[in-house]
Design a protein around this ligand. Structure first.
Ligand SMILES: Nc1ncnc2c1ncn2[C@@H]1O[C@H](COP(=O)(O)OP(=O)(O)O)[C@@H](O)[C@H]1O
Ligand SMILES: [Mg+2]
Length: 575
């Protein structure tokens, strides 16, 4: 009934204690309410004057008021507690996502993580708000009421005592059914959200290959599956609510009929019979309350379980070892690095050394492991094997803060945030002055783009607002790197792969000067870049098959020469 993560929440013990206390007090208010109401009616029935009934009437209303006040304040309290907890959960999740980076997103899917953070958190909030109190009420109030009923009339007590376990068993069966339905519903929902976002992201490619219509069908199909799963969950939910209402109403009716018969026979007095009759529906109320919200909260329970699983996912031990700033005299050694995605070995046994401000080219066909190597150098990925040594400091991976502060990353499609041009440029260096910003705009030939912006540096760009061409986005990324002169290590991952040759040539002219006095890692399959590199690593199926300077490799007539040969057909490749 409870997700185990509920017990890990802060302050949950106090909440439990408070809810138990409130449930007991509420049970007594219900008893009082029934007691005073029944006594007023039976007193009037036995001919007492109405005037004498003022005291019990007042007490009845007092009990009634207290009972509902308890509900009111308890709900207010739980609402703020649930909000607080879901906020904490969201922060924990976000922190985990930021710590684990792309690894976590790849594993769970963007769509899934996004819906979890937006929709899932609300479901958890709802779950926490409803489920705690319902379960506690269900396990306390009926017990107290039953004791009261036994004292008044043990025969009715026995009837009620007998039906209760039956209802519980019945609910457990339906609960299991609903749980498996809700699990299925949740899984189809995850599939739907991942599928939908992935299709949207790839819509250009899909259209290019003329298969976007086919995907329309497949999205339709996944959403149909989700619809069916939802309806079948609802079916169970409605059926079980109906069945429960039916059983409890029947039980109350049986108690009423038995009381009626015994009243006719004179076997019982009016007062205990009336009190018992008033209490009987109250006895079933908490369990009905629980059942009616149970299905609504299953989503929240599932979401909470999944969030718990993500938060407790093991993280590689990251030791923060201080790493000095890369300088012209620095030395680096990468020894026998390997990396695998699950079963898939993406890099194996890659060793090389770097020194000072060099430009290292990383070449290879698509899938040869270039991006994986860049991700290891950036510290995003921790190598599954191997060791790295930077200036005498031995490291298992490069997730060191000191190292990452020196990096600038320029991917194939740099992300342009839906923010002002200023914020987009000052990405690594938020304190950059307008003067500095204007200088890089000038340096990177962004002047024309800038001149068209109505609010200059404060114009919002990106995400459909003012979309940038591939070349412009690339220039913004370069400007980011240029603005922070402390970032001496530049990581390029196919920065020109999607640009046409004219744009690439223009960009190349701007890029080369930026690479001076920097340690540059440049992954590409466009081989003309290699002439500008000081040292080249040639990757093939995750292995480093050749390394050396451009001339050395060209003379060798080995893997690099083969690569050039294979690329010949491609006009952007080496001459
Ligand atoms: N997220 C991933 N999950 C599983 N395999 C992956 C993943 N990313 C890359 N790979 C595999 O790892 C290998 C190297 O990929 P990658 O480093 O992206 O190559 P490149 O950048 O040279 O194209 C390829 O075989 C690729 O299929
Ligand atoms: Mg790549």
């Amino acid at each position: 009934m409870f997700d185990k993560n509920v017990f890990k929440m802060s302050g949950i013990k106090q909440v439990f204690a408070l809810l138990v206390g409130l449930a007991v007090s509420q049970a007594f208010f219900i008893l009082g309410q029934a007691y005073f109401l029944a006594s007023v009616i039976s007193n009037l029935w036995s001919g007492q004057s109405f005037k004498n009934q003022m005291m019990p009437i007042l007490l009845f209303f007092l009990c009634y008021l207290c009972r509902h006040l308890v509900t009111f304040f308890r709900d207010r309290y739980l609402e703020s507690y649930a909000r607080q907890q879901s906020k904490t959960l969201r922060i924990e999740l976000l922190e985990k996502i930021f710590r684990m980076g792309p690894l976590l997103i790849q594993k769970h899917g963007t769509g899934n993580i996004t819906t979890m953070l937006i929709e899932g958190i609300h479901q958890v909030e709802n779950y926490l708000q409803l489920i705690l109190v319902k379960i506690i009420n269900m396990s306390i109030i009926p017990v107290v009421l039953l004791i009261g009923i036994f004292i008044l009339d043990w025969e009715s007590g026995i009837v009620l005592l007998l039906v209760f376990p039956l209802i519980i068993i019945f609910m457990i069966i339906l609960g299991y059914m609903a749980q498996s339905k809700a699990d299925r519903q949740y899984r189809t929902f995850q599939i739907l959200s991942n599928h939908f976002i992935d299709s949207l992201r790839g819509i250009d490619t899909l259209q290019l290959f003329g298969i976007s219509k086919k995907y329309e069908k497949s999205i339709y199909q996944t959403s149909e599956n989700f619809r069916k799963a939802t309806i079948s969950t609802l079916k169970v939910a409605i059926l079980s609510t109906f069945a429960l209402d039916f059983f409890t109403t029947l039980s109350v009716a049986i108690v009423a009929v038995l009381l009626g018969l015994r009243l006719l026979d004179g076997n019982i007095l009016l007062f205990p019979a009336l009190t018992t009759l008033i209490l009987a529906p109250e006895y079933f109320l908490p369990i009905r309350d629980f059942a009616s919200d149970y299905h609504a909260t299953l989503d929240g329970k599932n979401a909470m379980a999944e969030m718990g699983a993500i938060i407790s996912e093991p993280e590689a031990e990251i030791q923060q070892i201080s790493v000095s700033n890369w300088s012209a005299k620095s030395q680096g050694h990468f020894n026998q690095l390997s990396y695998n995605y699950g079963e898939n070995l993406a890099l194996s046994d890659v060793s090389f050394s770097i020194s000072g401000f060099q430009k290292i080219g990383i070449v290879g066909m698509s899938g040869s492991g270039k991006s994986t190597l860049i991700n290891i150098i950036s510290g995003f990925f921790q190598p599954t094997q191997g060791e790295i040594q930077l200036d005498q400091v031995k490291l298992g991976n490069l997730s060191q803060k000191d190292w990452q502060k020196q990096l600038a990353y320029i991917p194939q499609s740099p992300y342009i945030y839906h923010r002002s041009l200023r914020e987009n440029l000052a990405f690594y260096h938020p304190e950059a002055s307008d003067e500095q910003l204007m200088t890089v705009i000038e340096q990177l030939d962004l002047q024309e783009f800038y001149d068209e912006l109505p609010r200059g540096l404060d114009t919002i760009i990106g995400e459909g607002e003012r979309s940038l061409s591939g070349g412009q986005a690339q220039r913004v990324a370069l400007a980011r790197a240029l603005l922070d002169s402390n970032r001496k290590v530049l990581l390029f991952d196919e920065p020109t792969a999607h640009l046409d040759i004219e744009t690439e040539v223009a960009l190349k002219a701007k890029m080369l000067p930026l690479m001076a006095n920097k340690l540059v890692f440049f992954a590409t399959h466009r081989l003309h870049w290699m002439r500008e590199m000081d040292y080249i690593l040639v990757l093939e199926h995750g292995r480093l098959v050749e390394s050396g300077t451009y001339n050395e490799l060209k003379a060798k007539q080995g893997a690099f020469a083969r690569l050039i040969q294979e690329m010949r057909g491609n006009q952007h490749a080496e001459d």
